[in-house]
Design a protein around this ligand. Structure first.
Ligand SMILES: Nc1ncnc2c1ncn2[C@@H]1O[C@H](COP(=O)(O)OP(=O)(O)OP(=O)(O)O)[C@@H](O)[C@H]1O
Ligand SMILES: [Mg+2]
Length: 234
């Protein structure tokens, strides 16, 4: 029987106060099981990134609960939630968030460093993951020397290096050409997804829909239903 990886119940999130208040996410509920690759699609500004941040322990919801692997994450204290992010979650941000002064391989090794692994061993491990995303030959360069698509692949390598159970990708293929994007998703589906992992992907990219187990749609802050894998979104 499927085990629930993420259970989000009626999440609300707003920014600002009074006249300036915008509600980015409105009573959004969501479930994903271990072994599943779930996509969230929807127009720009519909609340996708905000939603991902709340299920990853990055941004606290105003209302609602998030359980990850049975843990009510927003009831955890500050240190426990930092540990949760480090150990359970691999997050690829829409704008990569690479460290500009570190080389590519050092960027990928950071999660292992934070887990207090030996640095040389971490660099070796990071190199393997750079190879997986096709960037071993860029290991010694700083991110500024890489194209947007290459930076995105570094961010993907960094998210998967420590083997987290929950992977969250915010537009992982936005700056990749179609074939590279498909190859990365195919790789993720074949080699990274397993019965002990759950992967959530926000995307506009219908070229990678075929790899999804389910596609959910967000509109104006709400989860509004499921798309068929063959459908297209604007
Ligand atoms: N930190 C913030 N402060 C104020 N408003 C915010 C903040 N973050 C998001 N918003 C607003 O919340 C709404 C949802 O934003 P969000 O980034 O979640 O959308 P999105 O679906 O990820 O869009 P995109 O596809 O363009 O990335 C938008 O109206 C946005 O302006
Ligand atoms: Mg976004």
């Amino acid at each position: 029987m499927a085990t629930v990886a993420i259970h989000a119940d009626k999440l609300d999130k707003w920014f600002g106060e009074g006249e300036a208040r915008t509600q980015a996410v409105k009573s959004a509920s969501f479930d994903a099981n271990f072994g599943e690759l779930v996509y969230i699609v929807g127009p720009s500004g519909s609340g996708k990134t905000t939603f991902l941040s709340m299920i990853s322990g990055i941004l606290k919801p105003n209302n609602g609960t998030v359980e990850v692997d049975g843990i009510d994450i927003w009831k955890l204290g500050k240190d426990a939630i930092a540990d949760f992010r480090l150990n359970k979650i691999g997050f690829v941000f829409q704008d990569y968030h690479l460290f500009p002064r570190l080389t590519t391989v050092e960027n990928v090794a950071i999660p292992l460093f934070l887990k207090k692994r030996d640095w040389n061993h971490s660099l070796d491990e990071a190199l393997k993951y750079l190879d997986i995303v096709g960037l071993k030959n860029r290991a010694g360069l700083q991110p500024v020397k890489l194209s947007g698509g290459e930076q995105q692949r570094v961010a993907i390598a960094r998210a998967i290096v420590g083997g987290p159970e929950i992977l969250i990708f915010d537009e992982p293929t936005a700056s990749l050409d179609g074939e590279t994007g498909r190859q990365i998703l195919k790789f993720i589906k074949t080699n990274i997804l397993n019965d002990h992992r759950c992967i959530v992907v926000v995307t506009h990219d219908s070229r990678i829909f075929e790899f999804a187990d389910r596609i959910l749609k967000m509109e104006d802050g709400r989860m509004v239903g499921t798309l068929e894998v063959g459908d297209h979104v604007e």
